[in-house]
Design a protein around this ligand. Sequence first.
Ligand code: APR
Ligand code: ZN
Ligand code: ZN
Length: 361
Amino acid sequence: MAQQVRGVIARAKGEPVRIETITVPDPGPGEAVVKVQACGVCHTDLHYREGGINDDFPFLLGHEAAGVVESVGEGVTEVAPGDFVILNWRAVCGQCRACLRGRPQYCFDTHNAKQRMTLADGTELSPALGIGAFAEKTLVAAGQCTKVDPEASPAAAGLLGCGVMAGIGAAINTGNVGRGDSVAVIGCGGVGNAAVVGARLAGAATIIAVDIDDKKLQTAKGLGATHTVNSRATDPVEAVRELTGGNGADVVIEAVGRPETYEQAFYARDLAGTVVLVGVPTPEMRIELPLLDVFGRGGALKSSWYGDCLPSRDFPMLIDLYRQGRLDLDAFVTETIALEDVEKAFERMHHGDVLRSVVMF
Ligand code: APR
Ligand code: ZN
Ligand code: ZN
């Protein structure tokens, strides 16, 4: 039987979100209904509300979540009722060209639930990133559920579903950071600080955190940065060079998404070093670089999307590290809040006060 639950809805561009009653249908073939336990507040949720992603209002926001599978539809073998899962926004198809060529991270045919959740008047909802987890329950494709150790805290586990995975994955998957490497991370919000953690996990010897906010640099230090640079006070390119024997870093991770930081990332890398771009630019942003510099420095320019993660491979592995005390996911949970407080959390995010606010159910 379809169920009525409370969810955080963005009705129209720029309007504050509000809580409404939504209807969650029973799971159909290949679908699951998940009882959400925790869901982090991410910039992408705010971008949806501001109309920056698409115009398919109304949105059911929330996508960094963990919870327990309540029921599954016909033919579902991936998960069963009672499983503790992290939700992911890329359930891969296994059959497209990208999947067949061993690059499921770039699957062309990722899928979400086929049925739609609705508002009381029957209006169909667009769930943020195909998840919609600022709700007591949500309907997803079974492939969007990744089963992990149920002993993990839901608040911490949910963060792996988006921002923290994006940062850790930028270091360990895209940047392929190796033992002894030097790594610079430009922008140490939730994503950049997760990249610091990823670099540390991968065995980097030098981890240079760059930000314009001393609070963020302090956090980075606590998470494993060996050096910090406030780029308001010091030229970050020169600072990174100086801290790496005049060379530049083996891997530079950009986690801001602005032209000036893209450019800094480009010049802060060592000869044959790798630049990993995680920060999402807006369509009008441009940089201009001398081609001779692109050519002359060698190495690689890579962008990292969702940390190039494979949820089924990376989520359980990172949760195991967390359970062993080798990965501090709790450090990313600045505050836990109620469903009613999402709008306030957007404001705090704007002021840069938090790494993550997490809604608890
Ligand atoms: N130089 C260095 N750091 C900067 C600069 C700058 N010019 N401008 C902003 N920052 C810092 C901020 O102080 C903040 O600590 O970048 C950080 C951005 O962090 P958040 O706002 O918390 O954003 P986050 O969630 O980490 O996402 C960062 O990655 O996935 C993308 O869409 C996401 O583009 C966004 C980026
Ligand atoms: Zn595919
Ligand atoms: Zn997100």
